[in-house]
Design a protein around this ligand. Structure first.
Ligand code: B12
Ligand code: SF4
Ligand code: SF4
Length: 419
């Protein structure tokens, strides 16, 4: 007889996942037969509540608003029993080092010659948006489960629902949560996206939690340029990924130099992880075809971004995770990174952006120009051009925060202010 808690075979499910290009899956119980939350889930809930009460979520208001749902999967799916975790690698090789079939030769040649002055994008955003890709997979699995019993109901999440994805994936045996707070897969390292399917179905087998294997290693904590990682996990208020992807508005001054070359996200705590390094990547993996990574997304031409209108930039990035930051967020970040890279060629574009419609872009343009003028050996005429542009903008700027940025920029250039 059909039941919402119909028992399903794990090996049949694994075969189906393989056909969908998913190699790593795991299963766990989240709610027991009596309808109570599984005991393993409760300490995770406490960890999450402590994290939010410390304010470590910065201004991610949705973390506060959806806290109860994140702490209790029964709110999302009342008859939930199990969770299925999918983990898909996005550990693409470096386009410059490995000219393999994964990247088309056209897109490689458009990268130009290798230079040290390179803006960087987090690896997960080199290709298609994982939300779209994995949501499609979850829909297929939902359909597959429904074919086992029409009574089975499921709820999928790929960073799209208030679900504690990492904690669930860890319990499903996919890997362990490292000191970076990232899920580490024992063979493939950290570069992976997670999708969770909460389901009312039960399974003939469940997976075991993976042992924690960070040991005495502390590389991610040590190498994080902002000190965002500590014994309590991550403080988003210090994380480059938070500021460049999630934050709207100006990025605080003290964070701007620390952002370095990272124009969208940050992979430092992953690139230094011995498990990621050991996993290496020189050959294509079966999941690469899901993503279609593009070298120009890995190392974008930021001046080109700035010379493109917001509307056009948005259009060019359709289907990419980069859209999460909006064109004005990407331009804000680009101005900061170009300043950090001491990119003289950015001066005209930065002057142009002193008049952008978004205050955060105007303020970042002022900062960028002051940094370049202060740090580079510019010709007098070029320095004058910057000072005149900043002074002129100050006469028309109405936003007090942007005015303060312009004042600071001119002060930095030792330019006496008349008003
Ligand atoms: C909010 C969020 C962020 C925030 C906060 C990150 C954070 N560490 O919490 C910001 C914007 C900074 C961020 C950044 C990134 N994110 Co993010 N993010 C999320 C999101 C939406 C929620 C995470 C969350 O609940 N955080 C609150 C904390 C308390 O929860 P948690 O990290 O899950 O922690 C639990 C466990 O860590 C557990 N725990 C158990 N044992 C241990 C042991 C130790 C030592 C620690 C510290 C914790 C711990 O306790 C916690 C509570 O249960 C998830 C998607 C989702 N719905 O889950 C993606 C997600 C975590 N992000 C992801 C990615 C890829 C990133 C970035 C790598 C992107 C980039 N390259 O720039 C960075 C990585 C930064 C980092 N070191 O974590 C992936 C992670 C994949 C993976 N392999 O782990 C996720 C799962 C999205 C996805 N579906 O693929 N992210
Ligand atoms: S993503 Fe970057 S800033 Fe954030 S914790 Fe990792 S290394 Fe630090
Ligand atoms: S770098 Fe070291 S401490 Fe950090 S997650 Fe990897 S193994 Fe763990």
């Amino acid at each position: 007889m059909d039941s919402p808690h119909q028992k399903v075979s794990l090996s049949e499910l694994s075969d189906e996942c393989k056909q969908l290009g998913i190699e790593v899956i795991g299963l766990t119980e989240v709610v027991n037969e009596s309808g109570e939350l599984a005991s393993w889930f409760l300490p995770q809930v406490q960890r999450l509540r402590d994290w939010v009460s410390r304010g470590a979520h910065a201004d991610l208001k949705w973390m506060e608003d959806q806290l109860d749902k994140r702490c209790d999967p029964r709110i999302l799916l009342p008859n939930v029993r199990s969770a299925l975790a999918l983990w898909v690698s996005h550990h693409f090789p470096e386009p410059r080092e490995h000219e393999i079939s994964l990247y088309s030769s056209d897109s490689l040649s458009s990268l130009g010659s290798a230079s040290e002055k390179q803006a960087r994008v987090a690896r997960y955003a080199w290709g298609r948006d994982y939300h779209n890709v994995l949501r499609r997979v979850l829909r297929r699995l939902n359909k597959w489960l429904k074919e086992r019993s029409s009574e089975i109901s499921s709820h999928g999440s790929v960073d799209t629902s208030p679900v504690l994805e990492r904690a669930i994936a860890e319990r499903c045996g996919v890997g362990w949560i490292g000191k970076s707070t990232l899920l580490v897969h024992p063979q493939r390292g950290t570069f992976g996206s997670i999708a969770i399917l909460l389901t009312s179905a039960t399974f003939d087998e469940l997976d075991e939690k993976h042992p924690h294997r960070c040991g005495t290693c502390n590389e991610c904590v040590k190498e994080c340029p902002t000190g965002a990682l500590g014994p309590e996990g991550l403080d988003a208020r210090l994380c480059i990924s938070y500021w460049t992807i999630e934050h709207r508005g100006l990025i605080p001054k003290h964070m701007r130099p620390k952002i370095g070359e990272w124009v969208f996200g940050c992979d430092i705590c992953q690139e230094v992880c011995p498990w990621t390094i050991k996993a290496g990547r020189t050959q294509p993996s079966p999941s690469d075809s899901l993503w279609s990574p593009q070298p120009a997304r890995a190392y974008p031409d930021l001046i080109q971004w700035l010379m493109t209108s917001d509307e056009e930039l948005d259009e060019t990035l359709k289907g990419s995770p980069l859209r999460r930051a909006f064109p004005h967020g990407l331009k804000r970040n680009a101005l900061i990174v170009l300043a950090n890279l001491r990119e003289k060629a950015a001066i005209p574009a930065a002057i142009h952006h002193l008049r952008h419609k978004e205050m955060s872009v105007r303020g970042s343009a002022a900062w960028c120009l002051a940094e370049l003028a202060a740090e580079l050996d510019l010709e007098t005429s070029q320095r004058r051009l910057i000072i005149d542009a900043l002074t002129e903008q100050l006469t028309r700027e109405l936003h007090t925060v942007a005015q303060a940025e312009l004042y600071d920029a001119l002060k930095r250039l030792n330019e006496p202010l008349n008003n």
